[in-house]
Design a protein around this ligand. Sequence first.
Ligand code: KG4
Ligand code: ZN
Length: 362
Amino acid sequence: MKILAFETTCDETSAAVLEGGVLRSNSVFSQIPLHRRYGGVVPELASRAHLEKIPFVLGSALAAAGIKTPLKKGGIGAVAFSRGPGLPGALMVGRVAAEAASELSGAPLIGVNHLEGHLLACEFSGGRTDRRLEFPLLALIVSGGHTEIWHARGYGDYHVLGRTRDDAAGEAFDKVAKLLGLPYPGGPAVEKEAAGARGKGPLFPRPFMPGTADFSFSGLKTAVSYHLAARLGADFYLAGKRLPAADRARVCRAFQDAAVETLVKKTADAARALGLKRIAVGGGVSANGALRAAFAALKGFEVRFSEKAYCSDNAAMVALCALRRLESAGFSNSLKVAPELANPGWKAGRRKAGVTSGRKKS
Ligand code: KG4
Ligand code: ZN
């Protein structure tokens, strides 16, 4: 069966075709150059760019998978899309494209949770989906918009143990990069700078927040800002004052060390508390080499990451979620799949979708 999937939650427009566990195509148009001059994603520009690019992205995904256009009845077995969480306008574009493809092909429509996509992306291996995750496991989702720890008990059966109370990990990387005058997205830029750092840098706090699996990264970001203000003057940002390159690299390494140590310790603590030996890490920040190395060095755990090509947003992971949903026969063929503007884990009544909140017990 061929599954056509769409991903438009933030600043990547993507369509993919998965057939029988083999990824036939995964077209991704990145809007990064469009948003770079603003130092972050501008939601309205993102929606418009999705609308403009989705026909081309879809066309190239279908062509690469050998699917004829216009879509015909029976040409596809299922149509999947990221229904959230994400930017409302951006989500709408993927959803409408998926509805149209479903209508034309007569295939059922499957709304997928984007964060589940980041987790299941760990199953791709050389374009195949047979490197299955083994449950139960502890999942860490680290992206530009989310930082969450889940107790994953099976496909679609996730219990949210903790999440960020303020900035997401990727957001902290992006904002620190901005303070330092580095380009968007900040994660890869900070990682590159940190790799070239020599000598001792400042020591930033580790926001471990004992007693909870929640995260908080805004204080760490503020600590970087205070350090820069002490070095360059309180008006450093608006006055365009920037550190010399060698100092900037040391600040990047010091920030990255603090963020990585916090993510790894809190994840390992949560896994130990539940007696879990398996950890899976997904989302854009999981591409970070220092984070991967720190998890690899953890004793007593088997840690899985997705291949780097599937860390950031892509439709392949959305198709894979749909495949697992179809395999477990719990899917919707209704056109009335509501877009989710927030993580469904935080809404009572969404528990049927398998994502439950660690806080509300009802
Ligand atoms: O998962 P993703 O592509 O989009 C969201 O769902 O948000 O994640 C994007 C985030 C950005 O904040 C970006 O700076 C961060 O992932 N990121 C990284 C790295 N590559 C991307 N953060 C740290 N190190 C990286 N190498
Ligand atoms: Zn994402």
